[in-house]
Design a protein around this ligand. Structure first.
Ligand SMILES: NC(=O)c1ccc[n+]([C@@H]2O[C@H](COP(=O)([O-])OP(=O)(O)OC[C@H]3O[C@@H](n4cnc5c(N)ncnc54)[C@H](OP(=O)(O)O)[C@@H]3O)[C@@H](O)[C@H]2O)c1
Length: 359
C-alpha cells in the first residue's frame, strides 16, 4: 500500500532534489585562453548572484589547455588555477595527480557540462570537433564559442545532440556577447524571418571604419594590429572566412538552412581601395563587409550601404538586421568579440542548460 507523503516529507524531498541540482552543475573546461580565463573570472565575481538569482553553484571539475588537463572531483580552486596559468603558462602545473588524456576525462569524468573553448579551425574543426562529439556521445551537455565545428558540420552536430538528448548551446559563436542568435530565435518567436544581413566581423569593420576616416588599407590594418584587433595572420578576418563561419551558423539556426562554408559566396576586404571608400563617402555611403542570407543564397562581400542604415556601425561593433514578415526590420547592435563579453554568452548558455536539467 502506498501512503501519501506527509507535507513535511514532501518539502524535504523537494529540497533534497533542488540541492542535488545545485550540487550537480559540474563543468569541464576545454581551452583556458582569453575566453576561458574570462569565464572563470566571471564565475568568481558573480558566484553570489548566480546562486541567489538562478540557483547555480557551478564547480569546474576539469580544465585543459594545450599542455594537458587537470581534474578534481571536489572542484578546482579557481583563483589558484588562474594564478598557475599566469605564472607557469599551463594549467598542468596546478598539481593534480591526474594524468588522463583530455578525451578520457571528457568521457569518464562525472560532469554535466563540457565547455569547448579551443581555437577556431575552419579546415577540419579540430580539436574542438572531437571534443564536442566525445562529450555528446558520453551524454554531457555542451557549450561552445568555437565556430569551426559548427561552420563545417552544423546539421550533423545538432542531430547528434538530439540523438543523445543533450543540450547543445553556442550563442557566443555569432556576436560574442551580443545575443544575436537568441534575439532571432526567442525575441522574434512566432514571426517569420525572411532574410537577414549585417556586419559579423569586428576586425574588418574597424579597418573599414579607419579607411572611412582617410587611411588606406595597409595603414588601417597596421592600426588594427597595434590595437590588438587583428591577428598576426589576419587572413581569417580580412578574407572574410570568420564572417562566413558566423553566417553559416546563423543561417542554419535562424533559417533552418542546411548550409556549410562552401555554400557561401565570399569576397574579403583586401582589394577595397581608399578611392572607392572616398567616392562612396561623398554619396553618403560607407563600404562595409556585409553578410547576407535571403533564405536561399549566402554571401559575404564588401558593399556600399547608406551611413543612415542602422547596420552602418563603426569600429569593432557588429550589427545585424532581420527582416520579418510581420514586425518588419529588427536590428541588434553590439560588440562582437572580447573575452569578458564572450564569457557572458557562456553564462547565458549555462543558465539555459540549468533550466533544462531542472525541468
Ligand atoms: N576572444 C574572443 O573575443 C572570442 C569571441 C568569440 C569567439 N571566440 C572563440 O573562442 C575560442 C577561444 O578563444 P580565445 O580567444 O580564448 O583563444 P585563445 O586565447 O587562443 O585560447 C585557446 C585555448 O585553447 C587551448 N588549446 C589549444 N589547443 C588545445 C588542445 N588541443 N587541447 C586543449 N586545449 C587547447 C590553448 O592552450 P594554451 O593556453 O596552452 O595555448 C588556450 O588555452 C576560439 O574558438 C575563438 O574563435 C573568441
Amino acid at each position: 500500500m502506498v501512503y501519501p507523503q506527509a507535507p513535511l516529507t514532501r518539502i524535504q524531498t523537494y529540497l533534497t532534489g533542488y540541492f542535488k541540482i545545485l550540487e550537480k552543475l559540474r563543468l569541464v573546461l576545454l581551452g583556458f585562453g582569453v575566453v576561458g580565463q574570462s569565464f572563470v573570472k566571471l564565475l568568481l565575481s558573480h558566484s553570489a548572484d548566480l546562486f541567489n538569482d538562478y540557483g547555480i553553484k557551478p564547480k569546474v571539475v576539469a580544465c585543459a589547455d594545450n599542455g594537458g588537463i587537470v581534474t578534481s572531483n571536489q572542484g578546482l580552486d579557481l583563483d589558484r588555477l588562474l594564478s598557475v596559468k599566469k605564472k607557469k603558462k599551463s594549467v598542468i602545473h596546478y598539481g593534480s595527480s591526474e594524468s588522463s588524456s583530455i578525451l578520457d576525462v571528457i568521457e569518464n569524468m562525472d560532469a554535466e557540462v563540457v565547455i569547448e573553448l579551443t581555437p577556431t579551425n575552419i579546415k577540419d574543426g579540430e580539436p574542438g570537433k572531437t571534443h564536442i562529439v566525445t562529450a555528446m556521445k558520453s551524454g554531457k551537455n555542451v557549450i561552445t564559442v568555437n565556430k569551426g565545428p559548427l561552420a563545417l558540420e552544423f546539421p550533423s552536430l545538432v542531430e547528434l545532440a538530439d540523438y543523445n538528448r543533450i543540450a547543445f548551446k553556442f550563442s557566443g559563436t555569432v556576436g560574442g556577447g551580443t545575443p544575436i542568435l537568441e534575439f532571432a530565435k526567442r525575441c522574434l518567436k512566432g514571426d517569420r524571418i525572411l532574410s537577414f544581413e549585417g556586419i559579423l566581423n569586428g576586425t574588418t569593420n574597424y579597418i573599414l571604419s579607419k579607411m572611412f576616416e582617410g587611411l588606406n588599407f595597409s595603414q588601417a590594418l597596421q592600426d588594427a594590429s597595434e590595437k590588438g584587433y587583428a591577428e598576426k595572420d589576419p587572413t581569417l578576418d580580412i578574407d572574410g572566412y570568420d564572417a562566413v563561419a558566423k553566417l553559416v551558423i546563423a543561417s542554419n539556426l535562424v533559417m533552418n538552412m542546411k548550409s556549410t562554408m562552401s555554400d557561401v559566396k565570399r569576397t574579403g576586404i583586401r582589394n577595397v581601395q581608399a578611392s572607392d571608400v572616398t567616392k562612396e563617402r561623398k554619396k553618403g555611403n560607407a563600404i562595409k563587409l556585409i553578410a547576407t542570407c535571403d533564405g536561399k543564397n549566402l554571401t559575404v562581400e564588401p558593399k556600399a550601404i547608406s551611413t543612415k542604415d542602422p547596420i552602418c556601425v563603426d569600429g569593432i561593433l557588429n550589427a545585424i538586421t532581420f527582416t520579418c514578415q510581420h514586425s518588419g526590420h529588427q536590428t541588434i547592435i553590439g560588440k562582437g568579440a572580447g573575452g569578458m563579453e564572450t564569457a557572458s554568452s557562456i553564462l547565458r548558455d549555462l543558465i539555459d542548460i540549468r533550466n533544462i536539467i531542472r525541468s
